[in-house]
Write a protein that binds this ligand. Structure first.
Ligand SMILES: CC(C)(COP(=O)(O)OP(=O)(O)OC[C@H]1O[C@@H](n2cnc3c(N)ncnc32)[C@H](O)[C@@H]1OP(=O)(O)O)[C@@H](O)C(=O)NCCC(=O)NCCS
Length: 156
């Protein structure tokens, strides 16, 4: 299978929304506070439109079908302006379609992202995972991400 990765365009928005919805359904197994209606909401759509415009959404497709997106990654480099070195890129959401998981696509996306960031002189990446999402933790560890911060939440 030949895979290509490119920057997302506005035409990709419906497919990115659909993959993000699948991610939310996946995450809601671990945390019931995920709102699976958010991806299609006005806020969700604005978030993705703005991210696509800023050039921080990567999509994967089979070489022969460039319009069928099978994985995506979206992030931002404005979230940690208080940290040195600055900027730090944060992967905010990422999903590989179920049929294509565990075939190296996620790794290809991260490697492409890293190349792109280095070309922009961005030298640090971060990502958060729900503590119960052990598969995602194995994935990031395999790619040499190191545990950095523990986030606490409490329901009142
Ligand atoms: C997590 C995810 C992005 C990984 O992408 P992927 O294409 O499936 O991963 P890769 O095939 O590149 O895997 C690379 C390595 O990560 C680890 N890994 C990936 N999926 C794993 C799983 N389900 N369980 C344990 N380790 C896993 C393995 O070490 C793997 O190396 P190996 O194939 O030599 O064993 C993808 O499976 C996914 O979208 N999952 C559901 C949504 C999700 O959890 N997103 C991340 C939220 S932060």
């Amino acid at each position: 299978m030949n895979i290509d990765i490119r920057l997302a365009t506005p035409e990709d928005l419906p497919q990115i929304t659909s993959l993000n919805k699948k991610l939310f359904l996946h995450e809601s197994h671990y945390d019931q506070t995920y709102n699976s209606n958010w991806p299609e909401s006005a806020t969700g759509q604005k978030y993705f439109r703005d991210s696509i415009k800023k050039g921080i959404v990567l999509v994967s497709h089979k070489t022969e079908t460039p319009n069928e997106i099978i994985a995506y990654l979206c992030g931002n480099w404005d979230n940690y302006s208080f940290r040195l070195p600055n900027p730090i890129f944060e992967i905010e959401n990422m999903y590989v379609s179920k049929d294509f998981q565990k075939q190296g696509l996620g790794t290809l996306l991260i490697k492409k992202l890293q190349k792109r960031l280095l070309s922009k002189n961005i030298k640090r990446i971060r990502v958060s995972t729900i503590i119960k999402n052990k598969a995602a933790q194995s994935f990031y560890k395999k790619l040499s991400f190191q545990e950095h911060e523990l986030t606490f939440e409490k329901s009142l």
